[in-house]
Design a protein around this ligand. Structure first.
Ligand SMILES: [Zn+2]
Length: 487
């Protein structure tokens, strides 16, 4: 048995208004080099000042990850040369990070791991650092074309999270990342979008056949959660294939080719392992008080994995729905708000309508849930209309759809459209008799013992009512009429 061992290094862009060591805006700017100042482009004599919000967000995420917060930590200079790093070093935490230890529990709701137990993925540490600028290579760099540099990103605050190698499958890596993304959104420290670079992830993967550790390969250039999963799937297969052929795995950095779904060796920029770390002389040590930590602890809301479990237990909704709703802060808020108003007994129905009908509408219109007008009052009206058998569930779907598009209330729609379910027995009886007269063959079959043709006759009656008849009533009246014919 070949066993993969996976570790993740995740950079999370902290959502502060200003950069980590200067007052420049962190807002996304289309025009390069507009959010810059002497500090973040490394002009001589400019001194860094640590942004308190960065510390707050770092501590907040540390607490959410159940890590221990270091009351004393410090900054170092990581020295290396690259054009997008004008100081010639990156300021980062090295010897003592802001948070160490901690873990996230993943599973067991993931569809590919049905029935499996929860698993703890331990975190080694989380540290604060600054981002570098961005190089934009024009043309083919090997052909002596040129590169442009944008320093807007230089000095954007990052929190780097390093996991211990507890992850064993691509699905677990995926689960870990979507949970982490959801957490950073809940506690409001990051947008968490990998596609927009607010969360970046490098992975380490090795495959071993026995107890000895395999050779570690690093994969970069992963721009989405899907890429992480696909790259790991490919890499595990590649390494197992090589080991089976008796080949050696080369320790290297590979990059993920999104178009081909493969990993390829990377042309490395100088892989210099000695960064000559030394303490940053321009920043005092970072001292955090117990009170500061306590205050932050009190601002942490219920986190998505706890919510997910609660939804399953309290509301008895399916684990897939529970996860999708719980991991999405706005969807969860909407859902809980509705359930509070219509009552816990209706939670399952509410979840169904949200996941099927509202989701379809949101996907189609690219709207966010907090931008739609299907209020708790409208939701209740809809559920009441179903409950008192005015409309069927099928019609309810049409009603939601129309309400979302027009803003009208469910009762308005129902009374105007005349899509009220027919529950008047005389009306249904009239339709049933018509159907019986039109389908003599089936009636004979029924009377001769083929009672299952009643299904066909129910269908014909429903059709005649344009789907509006109450199916239970149709069934009962048809049965009575057919049995009457025996007499
Ligand atoms: Zn600046």
């Amino acid at each position: 048995m070949y066993k993969p061992t996976i570790g993740l290094e995740i950079h999370i862009q902290l959502m502060t208004e200003t950069k980590i060591f200067c007052g420049c805006s962190t807002e996304f700017a289309r025009v390069p080099n507009t959010n810059i100042c002497p500090v973040c482009i490394g002009l001589p004599g400019a001194l860094p000042v640590l942004n308190e919000k960065v510390v707050e967000y770092g501590v907040k995420l540390g607490i959410a990850l159940k890590a221990s917060i270091n009351r004393f930590s410090s900054f170092y200079r990581k020295n290396y040369f690259y054009p997008d790093l004008p100081k010639g070093y990156q300021i980062t935490q090295y010897a003592i990070p802001i948070a160490k230890g901690g873990y996230l529990e993943i599973g067991p709701a993931h569809q590919n791991r049905a029935g499996s137990q929860k698993k703890k993925i331990r975190i080694e540490k989380a540290h604060i650092e600054e981002d570098s600028g961005k190089s934009i290579h024009m043309g083919d760099i090997t052909e002596s074309e040129f590169s442009l540099i944008d320093f807007n990103r230089s000095g954007i605050p990052l929190l780097e999270i390093v996991t211990l190698p507890d992850i064993e499958t691509p699905d677990e890596a995926y689960d870990f990342l979507i949970l982490l993304r959801s957490i950073v959104r809940y506690i409001g420290v990051s947008m968490g979008d990998m596609e927009k670079g607010a969360m970046r992830c490098d992975v380490n993967i090795s495959v071993s056949k026995d107890e000895t550790m395999g050779t570690k390969v690093e994969i970069k250039n992963l721009n989405s959660f899907r890429s992480v999963k696909r790259a790991l799937e490919y890499e595990i297969e590649r390494q197992i294939g090589a080991l089976k052929k008796g080949e050696r795995i080369v320790q290297e950095t590979r990059h993920f080719d999104e178009k081909e779904d493969t990993t390829k060796p990377m042309r490395t920029k100088e892989e210099l392992n000695d960064y000559r770390y030394f303490p940053e002389p321009d920043l005092p040590p970072l001292v955090i008080s117990d009170e500061f930590i306590e205050n932050i602890k009190n601002t942490i809301p219920e986190l998505p994995n706890t919510k997910e479990e609660r939804y399953i237990k309290e509301f008895e909704i399916s684990s897939d729905y529970a996860r999708t709703i719980a991991y999405h802060p706005k969807l969860a808020e909407y859902f809980e708000n509705i359930v509070k108003y219509v009552g816990i007994k209706m939670a399952k129905d509410v979840a169904n309508f949200i996941m099927v009908d509202l989701s379809a509408y949101l996907n189609e219109t690219k709207k966010e849930i907090d931008k739609i007008d299907f209020t708790k009052e409208k939701f209740k009206e809809l559920l009441d209309l179903i409950d008192n058998k005015t409309i069927s569930r099928n019609i309810a779907k049409e009603v939601i759809n129309e309400s979302l598009r027009t803003g009208k209330t469910p009762s308005e729609i129902v009374s105007k459209k005349g899509c009220t379910q027919i529950t008047d027995e005389d009306g249904i009886k009239k339709l049933v008799i018509e159907v019986l007269n039109e389908n003599e063959t089936q009636v004979k079959q029924y009377l001769s013992g083929e009672t299952k043709v009643i299904g066909f006759l129910v269908g014909q009656t429903m059709k005649k009512s344009k789907g509006k008849a109450n199916p239970e009533l149709v069934n009962r009246i048809l049965y009575n009429e057919l049995e009457n014919l025996r007499k």
